[in-house]
Design a protein around this ligand. Structure first.
Ligand SMILES: NC(=O)c1ccc[n+]([C@@H]2O[C@H](COP(=O)([O-])OP(=O)(O)OC[C@H]3O[C@@H](n4cnc5c(N)ncnc54)[C@H](O)[C@@H]3O)[C@@H](O)[C@H]2O)c1
Length: 442
């Protein structure tokens, strides 16, 4: 099948590459000419484990191509995916300017020829598929007709991949959600996804509004689990209980499940914060006060700075001139994505208090340099970051931070002091090693 993917970021590049991997002819389109040039020259633009290998294989086989031209990219495509940004607008609601902008362009380009299925893969509020439909028709001066006998149909196919394991998530999804009101479009989408659901994982067909809401409900539920555990951790600190034990105690109950119960310095990334905000806004718009989600957001905002009172207390409220080593900048391990990363908030708080920071992250260094420049210093490895620091702060749970060489930490740090926002080490062992070790909820 011939497929076009509009927007070649984390979702677009992974989706396009994985669709090519199952034999489809894929053209990825992006307005960023540097990105398109790099990709066309065989250079991958994001860090995502396992992606480069299949990207190179499929570009070499000629099944995966890149262009800045929407018109050229969608030519002959049967399916057009929109994997465009939906950032929060000024009021927190999802800004649809990218999605609707491309929809309008499509309205002027689509011709009276082959039937095309246009797929919203971006995370978009309920009603967006209809807005896309209307934008296309209006831009065509009402010449295009949507429907089985027309030139196009719009369906919703939210994406559930997780950065860091995106290729696996895409190739072997727990489920594929397709919101479509047309049997013809359902058939096209079902055929496309058949190779990805061979092991019995379901394609769940539903109406488009339910599909749009499913994505927000999934992310908001996961964010709720995190904020809930962060509040339990707060309680543990005040009651002298251990959140690790509570986590194990509740996680062994099937109804609760073991995952997403790890407390820390809050969730970040390009999805949870904006999707929680967008669902709150969508609820407000229809007159519903989504109280739980407002609390989830509020808890997370505070949690990002949960280490700061501990740091301030240890240094007796005076961080002026203190120097900190910071391990981890990405919003989570196995990605170079720093969007809404808790580490950024920690950096802001430390530098505002007059402290300096030297940071290391295995993959996010160039992204952070582009974003905050010389606000902090950068190290070329985790131990170099420790030189002459008054304390180490851990903000991302990269595997390589889990079993460090403590001898090297001790010889580089001025004080044996670690503030761990991701609970990497055992509290008792750290005590035995003679560290001042502060973590979350223990
Ligand atoms: N990143 C994730 O883990 C993830 C997971 C599931 C869903 N989503 C959703 O998928 C959508 C895309 O997210 P992302 O993380 O891939 O974003 P991204 O910012 O990484 O990528 C978006 C791409 O679209 C391009 N673009 C912008 N305007 C364009 C235009 N007019 N024509 C062509 N290309 C254009 C940008 O240059 C960029 O490369 C969002 O709605 C997001 O919420 C993201």
């Amino acid at each position: 099948m011939k497929i076009a993917v509009v927007g070649t970021g984390y979702v677009g590049l992974v989706s396009g590459t994985c669709f090519a991997e199952t034999g489809n002819q894929v053209t990825c389109i992006d307005i960023d000419i540097n990105k398109v040039n790099k990709l066309s020259n065989g250079e991958i633009t994001i860090y995502e484990p396992g992606l480069e290998k299949i990207f190179l294989r499929n570009t070499k086989e000629g099944r995966l191509k890149f262009t800045t031209s929407l018109e050229e990219g969608i030519k002959d495509a049967k399916i057009i995916f929109l994997a465009l940004p939906t950032p929060p607008g000024a009021d927190g609601s999802a800004d649809l300017k990218y999605v609707l902008g491309v929809a309008k362009q499509l309205g002027t380009i689509l011709k009276d020829g082959d039937y095309k299925v246009i797929v919203d893969k971006s995370t978009v509020p309920v009603g967006t598929a209809d807005k896309v439909r209307k934008a296309i028709i209006e831009a065509s001066n009402n010449t295009l007709v949507c429907g089985d006998d027309g030139q196009f149909e719009v369906v919703s196919n939210p994406e559930f991949l997780r950065e860091g394991v995106a290729v696996d998530d895409f190739m072997k999804p727990d489920r594929v959600v397709i919101g479509a009101n047309s049997e013809k479009a359902k058939k096209v989408m079902g055929d496309l996804y058949a190779p990805f659901v061979r092991q019995g994982n379901p394609i769940i067909f539903m109406d488009e509004k339910s599909a749009e809401l499913t994505k927000y409900a999934a992310n908001s539920f996961l964010a709720t689990k995190i904020s809930f555990m962060n509040e339990i951790a707060q309680l543990c600190e005040r009651l002298d209980a251990n959140v690790d034990m509570v986590r194990k105690g509740i996680g062994s109950d099937d109804r609760i499940g073991k995952r997403f119960l790890f407390p820390g310095i809050g969730y970040g990334g390009s999805c949870f914060p904006k999707d929680v905000q967008a669902l709150i806004m969508s609820s407000d718009e229809v007159g519903y006060d989504f109280k739980i989600l407002k609390a989830v957001e509020d808890v997370n905002e505070k949690q990002k700075l949960h280490l700061m009172p501990k740091i301030n207390k240890y240094f007796k409220g005076d961080l002026q001139g203190k120097h900190f080593a910071l391990w981890g900048l990405a919003f989570k391990p196995n990605t170079d994505d720093i969007r809404e990363a808790p580490a950024l908030y920690v950096i802001d708080a430390l530098t505002a208090a007059g402290a300096t920071v030297t940071a290391f992250d295995p993959e996010a260094m160039s992204n952070i340099k582009n974003q905050i420049g010389d606000k902090i210093n950068y190290a070329s490895n985790q131990y170099e970051a420790l030189q002459n620091a008054d304390a180490l702060i851990i903000a991302t749970e990269w595997n390589e931070f889990r079993t460090p060489e403590f001898d090297k930490i001790e010889s580089a740090l001025k004080n044996k002091t670690i503030f761990d926002g991701r609970n990497l080490f055992d509290v008792e062992e750290m005590k035995e090693k003679g560290y001042h070790y502060a973590s979350i909820g223990r």
